[in-house]
Design a binder for this molecule. Sequence first.
Ligand SMILES: CC(C)(COP(=O)(O)OP(=O)(O)OC[C@H]1O[C@@H](n2cnc3c(N)ncnc32)[C@H](O)[C@@H]1OP(=O)(O)O)[C@@H](O)C(=O)NCCC(=O)NCCS
Length: 158
Amino acid sequence: MPDRIFFEPLAPEREAEALALVRSVFDAMVAPGFSEQGRASFNDYLDRFAFSRREGEGVALAAVRDGILVGVLEVVGGNHVALFFVSPDCQGRGVGKELMHRAVERCGRDDSGPAALTVNASPGSVKTYAGMGFAADGGERERDGIRFVPMTLPLQPL
Ligand SMILES: CC(C)(COP(=O)(O)OP(=O)(O)OC[C@H]1O[C@@H](n2cnc3c(N)ncnc32)[C@H](O)[C@@H]1OP(=O)(O)O)[C@@H](O)C(=O)NCCC(=O)NCCS
C-alpha cells in the first residue's frame, strides 16, 4: 500500500471533487471505447444519480493523498458497485483493491448483508475486477451506448 494514502467515507463536501475525478478518469480511460451515445449516457447518469444526487442510501468511499482525492468507490442499493475510479497516477498500486476491500467489509459485515456484490464492469476493467474475485456473468453487453460486462463477487458473512 502506498504511503500517505488515507481511506475514509466520502465526505459530502468532497462530492464535487469526486465527480470531477470520475469525469476525468472516464474521459481519459473509458470514453475512447464508447460511442457518443455511451459517453452522453454516462454523463447523464453522473448528473442525475452520482453520490448524494440519488434518492436513498449509497455507500461512497474515498482514497485521499496529500489532501487530494485520488480514488472513489460507490456502492448503491446495498450491493451494486456503481462507480469505481482511481486517478491514473495512483493506479496499479493497490488503491482500488483497498477501496474494494473496505466496500466488501461495509456491505458484507453481517448475516443480513447481501450474498454478492455486482458490477457492470467497463471492458477495460474486467481483468482488474477478476483479480479482485469477481466472475463475469456472460459476455459484453451494451445499454444506451454503455458497454459493460456484468460481474459478481460472492460475499462470505464476516
Ligand atoms: C479499475 C480501477 C478503479 C482499479 O484501481 P487500481 O488502483 O488501479 O487497482 P489496483 O492497483 O488495486 O489493482 C487491482 C488488481 O488489478 C490488477 N490490474 C490492474 N490493472 C490491470 C489491467 N489493466 N490488467 C490486468 N490486471 C490489472 C492489479 O495487478 C491488481 O491485482 P494484484 O493485486 O493481483 O496485482 C482503476 O484501474 C480505474 O480507475 N480504471 C479506469 C476506470 C474504470 O474503468 N473503472 C471501472 C468502471 S466499472
